[in-house]
Design a protein around this ligand. Sequence first.
Ligand SMILES: Cc1cc2nc3c(=O)[nH]c(=O)nc-3n(C[C@H](O)[C@H](O)[C@H](O)COP(=O)(O)OP(=O)(O)OC[C@H]3O[C@@H](n4cnc5c(N)ncnc54)[C@H](O)[C@@H]3O)c2cc1C
Length: 406
Amino acid sequence: MVGHRWSRVSHEVKTFLTRNHVPYQWLEVDRDDEGRRLVELAGAGPDELPLVLVPDKEPLRAPSNLALAGALGLRTTAQQPLYDLCIVGGGPAGLAAAVYGASEGLRTVVVEKEAPGGQAGQSASIQNYLGFPKGLSGADLAHRATAQAERFGAEMLLARDVVGLEERGPVRAVRFAGSGDLEARAVVIASGVAYRRLEGPGLDELAGRGVYYGSSASEASQCEGDDVYVVGGANSAAQAALNFARHARKVVMVVRGGALEDTMSMYLVEHVTATDNIEVRLNSSVVAARGKGHLSSITVCTQGSPPEEVPTNWLFVYIGASPRTDWLGSSVARDGRGFVLTGQDLLLSSAAVPWPLARAPFALETSLPGVFAAGDVRQDSMKRVASAVGEGAMAIYLVHRYLATT
Ligand SMILES: Cc1cc2nc3c(=O)[nH]c(=O)nc-3n(C[C@H](O)[C@H](O)[C@H](O)COP(=O)(O)OP(=O)(O)OC[C@H]3O[C@@H](n4cnc5c(N)ncnc54)[C@H](O)[C@@H]3O)c2cc1C
């Protein structure tokens, strides 16, 4: 793969390859003679970078995830006209639902827009998941879970963004971005959450060019010897800071609150405070970013001090969680923040979408019968790997009960 170091598209392609466990060689067009030679040979213009060379295929120019997945032989289209179960999202909840659905005889398909593993796939070390006393990386967990789901016969469609959900008589259909859809007798929504965007001058323009939302564990090595800023005070920010600290000269955690203990598990607070090259700035926030083409400085505001502009090429943001539910139509009830309502909560008089059947909804069922929600996307969920996995498994028990009523 040949591209510019600070290009947003190059970053996206690298992330897609890494998170899907595709080994690649990265050549910087500005620094590598070989990279320049390959670009010239392919006749690729500046807008066509990154150039991705896959053995025995035509060179790909600034490819979309879908084009890349197709060239790499990853499955992107459904094999069957109708499934028993379609799971939207291949994070811990979706993968658990796939393992239990497929192993219990349901024709199961998972549709994932990026890579299996979801947020957990970004974690360098998950320490609190049952059965792994020394922890395991999110990439490892995702890889194992995907293999397990596929061994039981679940189909995994990658690089497919679901943009709509429809009720078609007794079946439910999910629509893909671009074109295409698939039908299933039941659906599990496991689309999780995404980090909230930081607001302030320059921050949007530099997203993907030094300002990143989340990151995969392997990206830390790119920051070798540099100063890295991490925004957020929860467990995910702590894990990222610890991971970056193994490569960066210094990691600065910018935390809005007044104490790490308020938002972070104790074992991580201890790790962070014991790491020499991590500095924690409490009562602070990042309010602006500057850079020509890529990030060169940020402005940090700390309560009681004047704003300070500090040089850095790397800002990683881990704040808040917005549910990924924009793609759901009005038939799936959500709370004010967009989290999906399920089970008994649908029967409250304040529910925006009334429950339509005489029977009560099953525990994880949404306001659209036969459509269930599991994991972080659900209102009041615990936001942990174990609870997402538990809900994914439990959803299958409820899918069976629903199918028995149809
Ligand atoms: C860096 C980091 C470290 C963490 N560490 C820990 C830890 O140590 N222990 C712990 O218990 N928890 C940890 N967590 C939290 C944990 O990862 C989450 O609670 C868990 O991943 C939630 O799983 P999920 O399947 O519900 O959602 P997600 O993991 O968010 O997965 C949702 C998936 O759905 C896909 N998707 C979304 N929308 C669509 C769409 N429209 N079409 C197709 N696909 C879609 C996404 O691409 C994603 O893969 C961590 C989180 C992060 C970010």
